[in-house]
Design a protein around this ligand. Structure first.
Ligand SMILES: [Zn+2]
Length: 164
């Protein structure tokens, strides 16, 4: 009987003016922000997709379709909480998360601790169970040209009953 599962997630959103830049639930001062139906928190979306993927439950587009006005401008941490409830209901908990945000600008280093704290609070984890790395794309491709920001995440789920 398998008591661990692994999932990976990827997301990208376009950078535009007149939008807030929210990553890992943290509002980051920048002259550009991410475009999307919700708050376009690309890091939180990648993590949610990794959590769903670990249990072969599909992707966030299935649960929170961009055509549904209910999710317009949604706080992605609220959506993350719903995905977390879903995996808990299915008898799983998070072992750890590792993630990478790829952004040419702004510098994200100063904001990472706050992102970990925000995500840990929603997921009822210790911040040291959540890895967040920030890198640039060395000016290559759409991310390098600052047309967008993307994020990758891997999550390990552990069967809740393996702790009993
Ligand atoms: Zn997204």
């Amino acid at each position: 009987m398998t008591n661990i599962r692994i999932g990976n997630g990827y997301d990208i959103h376009r950078l535009v003016s007149d939008r807030a830049l929210i990553l890992g639930g943290v509002n980051i001062p920048h002259e550009l922000g991410l475009l999307g139906h919700s708050d376009a928190d690309v890091l939180t979306h990648a993590i949610m997709d990794a959590m769903l993927g670990a249990l072969s439950l599909g992707d966030i587009g299935h649960y929170f379709p961009p055509t549904d006005p209910q999710w317009a401008g949604a706080d992605s941490l609220v959506l993350l909480n719903q995905v977390h409830q879903l995996i808990c209901t299915q008898g799983w908990q998070i072992g750890n998360i590792d993630s990478v945000v790829v952004a040419e600008r702004p510098k994200l280093k100063l904001h990472i601790e706050k992102m970990r704290d925000k995500l840990a609070a929603v997921l009822q984890l210790q911040p040291n169970q959540i890895g967040i790395k920030a890198t640039t794309n060395e000016k290559l491709g759409p991310v390098g040209r600052e047309e967008g920001i993307c994020a990758y995440a891997v999550v390990l789920l552990v069967a809740a009953d393996s702790f009993k």
